[in-house]
Design a protein around this ligand. Structure first.
Ligand code: URP
Ligand code: ZN
Ligand code: ZN
Length: 464
């Protein structure tokens, strides 16, 4: 069945055009002013988008859905996470595969794919974490990148003893990535420094969530970025710093870029709208706001926004990592080091950025689209199938009402987690209709579509 969207303002990373869009099957087949619906096949659904924006489906380049981590499991599954994503206008999720240090990469890939396969209501792909780099792991990582169509790796410089990769293996991984044309995404915080700082703070009786940030200050993240960039400089590998939270880390990446390192920078929504005072709330409320890298002093936000506006920061994801407050965050009541790290935001990202980025004049609509869709598609080999609106692209579209206002609340959320980090915040803007390859999957914040519509998007390496 066809779908005709009339009268909307089509906003891409570069253009702002009023035209109708006709989708036949899974793709966009016509973009013209005044398409006459009487000339279209019977059964074509017509959606009036007058006074609305039409955006390309948003891509979240950094989410966790299936996540065994810090002695527990993240709360969403692919049913709840993909529905929540769609309700908020996100039509493609890129999930981090995070195996344990002794797991075989191939088994981990199968495990993560099995979780998504029949449940994902939106399209998806993965970044494959390298937590070991022996001969078996090397050959399996290669197969996953090339044969399975997942040409992006993930490394953790943080999480000592759980996920972190030693330098010798980091060098090997980046050398291999360069050869294969695979980009390496990285969590850049120095694991040893964090470990030492955590031990020092706990020994001083500083156990509450407010001590999470002091245990991993900006210098720890900046060191991580510089460390990774040095390895990239010597191997030629292309790198991408995930959830870059502060001026110091951005500056380290930009300094590397100025030396010729191919580095892309990701920000995530929590760091742009929340600050460290949230993690300092009394009665353990602050635990809801423990993530890594941590929420920073408020002034860092302006620095991040300015670099998004200049497009020095390429993407804005979420790092959606949902752990319940009641039974999971409380695992760290006696020690902040045991609070499962993560702030869920997969549904709220676009409305937060529209409200606090676009409507406050920090970024324009094109930058919103660029950072939340187009750049992720370009960097991770999905463009132009995803990330823009053009004839031949997948019909992943978001009809967005820029004037709708509401208060965010856990009671309206499709995510399974038991709190909303933005509870009671008023936002302006809402995804009214969301399509995945031509099928309407969400309307007015509700999931209305086919649960297993999502497909694994096979990608080719492009980072040689
Ligand atoms: O706090 C976070 N970011 N939790 C998820 C795991 C990670 O480091 O991305
Ligand atoms: Zn991380
Ligand atoms: Zn993450």
């Amino acid at each position: 069945m066809g779908l005709l969207i009339t009268g909307g303002r089509i906003i891409t990373a570069t253009d702002d055009e009023r035209a109708d869009i006709y989708c036949q099957g899974e793709a966009i087949t016509r973009i013209e002013a005044g398409i006459d619906s009487s000339t279209l096949p019977p059964g074509t659904e017509v959606i009036d988008a007058t006074d609305k924006y039409v955006f390309p489906g948003f891509i979240d380049p950094h989410v966790h859905v299936h996540l065994p981590f810090m002695g527990t499991n993240a709360k969403d599954d692919w049913t709840t996470a993909s529905q929540a994503a769609l309700a908020g206008g996100t039509t493609t999720l890129i999930e981090m595969i995070c195996p344990g240090p002794t797991d075989e990469p191939r088994a981990a890939f199968e495990e993560w794919y099995a979780q998504a396969q029949d449940k994902a209501a939106c399209d998806f792909t993965f970044h494959m974490s390298a937590v070991r780099f022996d001969e078996l792991a090397q050959s399996q990582l290669r197969d996953i990148a090339i044969d399975c169509g997942v040409p992006s790796f993930k490394v953790f410089l943080a999480y000592k003893g759980a996920l972190d990769l030693p330098d010798e293996h980091l060098f090997g991984l980046l050398t291999m990535a360069k050869k294969l044309g695979v980009i390496v995404t990285a969590h850049c915080e120095n694991a040893e420094l964090i470990d030492a700082m955590q031990k020092r703070l706990l020994s001083e009786g500083k156990t509450g969530p407010e001590w999470h940030e002091p245990s991993r200050p900006p210098a720890v993240e900046a060191e991580g970025v510089h460390h990774l960039a040095t390895f990239a400089e010597l191997t030629g590998a292309h790198i991408y710093t995930v959830h870059t939270s502060c001026m110091d880390a951005v500056d380290a990446a930009l300094a590397a870029r100025a030396r010729g390192v191919n580095v892309w920078i990701e920000a995530v929504a929590p760091h742009l709208v929340l600050d460290k005072s949230y993690a300092e709330q009394p009665d353990f409320e602050g635990a809801k706001y423990v993530m890594s890298p941590p929420l920073r002093k408020k002034w860092h936000q302006r620095y991040l926004w300015n670099h998004i506006r200049s497009r020095a920061i390429s993407t804005i994801g979420t790092d959606h990592a949902p752990f319940d407050f009641a039974a999971q965050k409380t695992m760290g009541r006696d020690a902040f080091t045991k609070i499962p790290n993560g702030i869920p935001s997969v549904s709220e990202r676009i409305d937060l950025l529209h409200t606090f980025g676009v409507l406050t004049g920090k970024i324009d609509l094109h930058t919103l689209v660029d950072a939340c869709s187009t750049q992720a598609a370009r960097i991770f080999g999905l463009y132009p199938r995803k990330g823009t609106i053009r004839v031949g692209a997948d019909a992943d579209l978001v009809i967005y009402d820029p004037n709708h206002t509401r208060k965010l609340s856990v009671k309206d959320s499709l995510s399974a987690v038991d709190y909303n980090a933005y509870e009671g915040w008023e936002v302006t803007g809402r995804s009214e209709v969301v399509t995945v390859r031509g099928v309407i999957q969400a309307r007015e914040g509700a999931f209305v579509g086919e649960q297993s519509r999502g497909q694994l998007l096979k990608r080719e390496p492009t980072h040689f």
